[in-house]
Design a protein around this ligand. Sequence first.
Ligand SMILES: Nc1ncnc2c1ncn2[C@@H]1O[C@H](COP(=O)(O)OP(=O)(O)OP(=O)(O)O)[C@@H](O)[C@H]1O
Ligand SMILES: [Mg+2]
Length: 283
Amino acid sequence: MSIKAVNIKYIYNAGTPAAVTALDGVSVEAGRGEWVSIVGHTGSGKSTLAQHLNLLLTPSSGFVSIDGATIAPGSREARAARRKVGLVFQYPESQFFAETVREEIAFAPSNWGVAGVALDACVNEAAASAGLSPSALGSNPFSLSGGERRRAAIASVLSMKPDYLVLDEPTAGLDASGVRGLTATFGELCSKGMAVIHVTHDMEIAMSMSDRIAVLERGVLVASGAPERVAEYLSERPVKGLVMPASARFAHGLREKGIHAPLAGGVSEIIETLEEARSRRKR
Ligand SMILES: Nc1ncnc2c1ncn2[C@@H]1O[C@H](COP(=O)(O)OP(=O)(O)OP(=O)(O)O)[C@@H](O)[C@H]1O
Ligand SMILES: [Mg+2]
């Protein structure tokens, strides 16, 4: 069971002098329970790709398939498939429209006919999964703190019970503890079997959380694979706008001195490598 974008090309304003090729032959796949990061400089096509995965945009060529079925644009299957994919936009709280957080979270399921006790259960479950305190449900969304607002927006997507969660820079603008807390929440959702497709500039999170990372550069997929492989690519061939974590840069420096430290591992893995190198030297 997975979501796949296959060989996607997308041109904004196609056929006009303002045409922009935002994606050119990009493929990514995320299985349920996997965390896949999409990284790249501003304008590299990340949000355009996220909107293809959610079937909001129709590719100029290529296709999206969900759970083995290729989705024909505008079809009945496309509408059903869209319910499997939740998209959290960047700064999603700017789209709040309801008087209370509870109504905001209840909007999608109540549109689908969920009502009464089942709707209450759905709202409470979504709020809990997003790490939102129950006491926030009666509040006006705009009275919440920045971190709570973001969680409320995420809960309003989780109330659709998606199998695939596409997050477009979900931690943008949050402080360090907000970023850590939300990242842990996404990790929990992933470990419960949801696919997490995380659009981010934050290479530290991408390196530490992902099963795979896809690197976009001006609409082209320039690298993709396990974090270690992508870290090796990026250390050899830096991509503008992507800053490798300090631990990866340090590990790269060690490699230049002949110590083969893991680029995508954290500080503790690097320390282990150094201790091994020291004990080898003693022998
Ligand atoms: N609605 C639009 N009309 C025309 N061009 C667009 C539109 N939206 C995006 N583009 C262009 O498509 C390209 C990819 O944009 P996209 O928003 O997907 O990039 P991004 O990687 O998400 O950038 P950011 O990191 O700034 O969010 C850019 O050149 C952008 O200017
Ligand atoms: Mg974007």
